[in-house]
Design a protein around this ligand. Structure first.
Ligand SMILES: Nc1ncnc2c1ncn2[C@@H]1O[C@H](COP(=O)(O)OP(=O)(O)OP(=O)(O)O)[C@@H](O)[C@H]1O
Length: 622
């Protein structure tokens, strides 16, 4: 794991984080923020006013002041107590509501930022995932925590300032002693908050693993294998191990905090006790009157308690800011797909001529092996190109580059001669439709599962039905209990139909047809990519999909990946990818004549032995 610099952001960094957190709260609700600030000011002044009014009342009582004056101060005292006791409820309400609204705004801005990540690289970076996890789980709550704690600090400062003024009138040295004893507390609290924030980041990794095992044990997707292979206990044990590790780290931190707090409380008690002895002795010698002792005691206790809470508030704010730093890191992350320097950004024109991969080299990380090694490949506009090759040859990787989920490590992908990096990525993707090998099965209705292929037509039932017809799944969907409105999951239940509360699960091949229908929603796209579109289809369906592909793609350029070579023999061009390079290309007849790797694989499948994965061997014993 990389060392995290956000645990020590420095003074300027802290100030920037603070203003960003406060700005987020202000965006969430400026009115509530102002109400909360007002309650902090009033609450801060209340204890000082009470102490002072108590002193005045006692002095008037001792000096036998007129009843009206005495009652006046009693009424003022009662009014102050009343206002003071109302403030916490108002502050609590404002805090909770402000926190709710800030979380909403924070989450919205965070997910908008995540949506702006154009590529996939960040999602595969464990260090970034740790930050992301922290940003998602705790980040949006931190600005409200910063504000509440910040106002608590301001409120405490008002109280301390008031008490120090009162205390300085009686014993200036005591004000100095109380302030000096606060210094070790400040230091200790800062150190603790830094440690806690660093621990949270480190635990993020363990928490993700714990969540991973917890999800596995309770997920319907994993339920079959877990039961068949008897993995439940293993995964539960791993989950509890992670949880134990997390608890151990947190317990260690709590204990350390407990020890430091106890020491500091002891120090404060010694100072307060010493002060009280002095005050009592001074009163006996006539230097102080009874009201002075009340003010003195209230001021020492008030200053110490409030200083304690100010310091704890600063530490909590500091810690919340350190967590907020991860949120900011994610929200402000620069574009992960950098445009080409010194080249203009261009609108994406409709594909007229060809897509070309020119000497493309690619690896998923600097320390990972090369997956594509100098691929040169031309995909002619309006034609069907099939990409074939053994498992791991790099076929899916190549289409990920075409969709610009990653940029080539070396070389370029050109769209009618223009480097893909010169196009706005969203615009490029609007010209592409795809069925990925690991396509999504959404826990939504059948109509939505198809309509998501083009959200502009999400509510257009006619467009959805027509896409389903093209993919050959219209009849299947129509026969579902609620037709296109049937929920394709048993994870949720339909909200509006109490008499029919169960969703329906589809078979693998049926899901694949739905994914195909989803890709057909995007009519008028320039490039249609089908990565193993027929792997889960029965023989009839496979034949139908491939024979109809020419009409289905409606003039678009098609790129087809399949292990069933009979399915791609009609393609205009077949490209064989081997070990990260395009080793053969041509139409079926040409490649068969040349008797190379394609012909060998084709003959192997045609001979009756038709594995979907040609090189797959039966597992050997260990
Ligand atoms: N996100 C990733 N991070 C790191 N390595 C990856 C990633 N995705 C794929 N690889 C590696 O890249 C290589 C090529 O994978 P790819 O999925 O492109 O092969 P393929 O030709 O589509 O294989 P198959 O026929 O099995 O689908 C594999 O060795 C795989 O381990």
């Amino acid at each position: 794991m990389t060392v995290d610099t956000t645990t020590r952001p420095g003074l300027r960094g802290t100030a920037a984080l603070l203003s960003a957190a406060l700005a987020l709260v202000w965006r969430a609700s400026s009115t509530l923020a102002m109400i909360r600030a007002a309650t902090a000011l009033v609450t801060g002044l209340t204890p000082v006013a009470i102490a002072w009014l108590t002193k005045v009342m006692l002095d008037r009582l001792v000096t036998h002041a007129p009843t009206a004056q005495l009652l006046g101060v009693v009424l003022a005292l009662a009014g102050t107590v009343l206002i003071g006791s109302l403030m916490p409820s108002i502050a609590d309400f404002a805090d909770v509501e402000l926190s709710r609204r800030t979380r909403l705004t924070g989450r919205r801005e965070l997910y908008r930022a995540i949506g702006r990540f154009g590529g996939l690289g960040r999602f595969e970076d464990p260090a970034f995932q740790d930050r992301l996890q922290l940003a998602v789980s705790n980040g949006p709550a931190t600005p409200a925590q910063v504000t509440t704690n910040g106002l608590g600090i301001a409120q405490g400062m008002v109280t301390v300032a008031g008490f120090v003024v009162l205390l300085a009138g009686l014993a200036p040295w005591m004000a100095v002693v109380v302030a000096v004893t606060a210094l070790p507390t400040v230091h200790a609290e800062f150190a603790l908050s830094r440690q806690r924030a660093a621990m949270m980041l480190q635990l993020g990794h363990a928490e993700r693993r714990e969540l991973f095992y917890a999800d596995l044990v309770s997920s319907v997707t994993a339920a079959k294998e877990i039961r068949l292979y008897g993995l439940g206990d293993l995964f539960s044990a791993r989950m509890t191990d992670e949880l134990r590790r997390i608890n151990r780290a947190m317990r260690g931190m709590d204990l350390q905090e407990f020890r430091v707090q106890s020491l500091l409380t002891g120090l404060a008690a010694v100072v307060a006790g010493g002060g009280l002895v002095w005050a009592v002795l001074s009163a006996r010698s006539g230097q102080l009157v009874i009201g002075d002792i009340v003010v003195f005691t209230a001021a020492v206790a008030g200053v110490q308690t409030t200083l304690g809470s100010i310091i704890a508030g600063i530490a909590r704010t500091h810690q919340a800011l350190l967590v907020f730093a991860h949120y900011q890191h994610v929200v402000q992350a620069p574009a992960d797909l950098a445009p080409l320097p010194d080249r203009p950004v261009l609108p994406v024109p409709p594909l007229r001529d060809r897509i070309e991969l020119r000497d493309v080299w690619f690896r998923y990380g600097p320390s990972l092996p090369w997956i594509l090694r100098g691929v040169n490949l031309t995909i002619t506009a309006g034609s069907t190109t099939a990409l074939v090759g053994l498992n791991g040859a790099g076929k899916s990787t190549l289409i990920k580059l075409l969709c610009r989920f990653y940029d080539p490590t070396r070389g370029a992908v050109l769209w009618d001669g223009v480097d893909l990096r010169q196009f706005p990525v969203d615009e490029l993707r609007r010209r592409v439709s795809a069925v990925f090998q690991d396509f999504m099965a959404y826990d939504l209705s059948a109509a939505e599962n198809i309509g998501l292929g083009d959200i502009h037509w999400l509510d257009d039932r006619q467009a959805i039905v027509s896409a389903a017809e093209q993919a050959g799944c219209h009849t299947t969907v129509e026969k579902l209990p609620r037709g296109y409105d049937t929920l394709l999951t048993r994870y949720f239940s339909p909200e509006d139909t109490p008499e029919n509360t169960e969703g329906v699960l589809l078979s693998g091949g049926q899901w694949q047809r739905l994914a195909l229908a989803r890709s057909f929603m995007r009519t008028g796209c320039d490039l249609l990519i089908l990565d193993e579109p027929s792997a889960g289809l029965d023989a009839d369906a496979e034949h139908e999909v491939h024979t109809r592909l020419r009409t289905l793609r409606g003039g678009a350029t098609a790129l087809l990946i399949s292990h069933r070579l009979s399915a791609v023999r009609d393609a205009d061009t077949i490209v064989v990818l081997s070990d990260g390079a395009a080793v053969e290309r041509g139409d079926h007849a040409t490649l068969m004549d040349s008797d190379g790797p394609y012909a060998r694989l084709f003959n192997l499948q045609a001979s009756g032995y038709q594995p979907a994965v040609p090189e797959l061997r039966p597992p050997t014993g260990r």
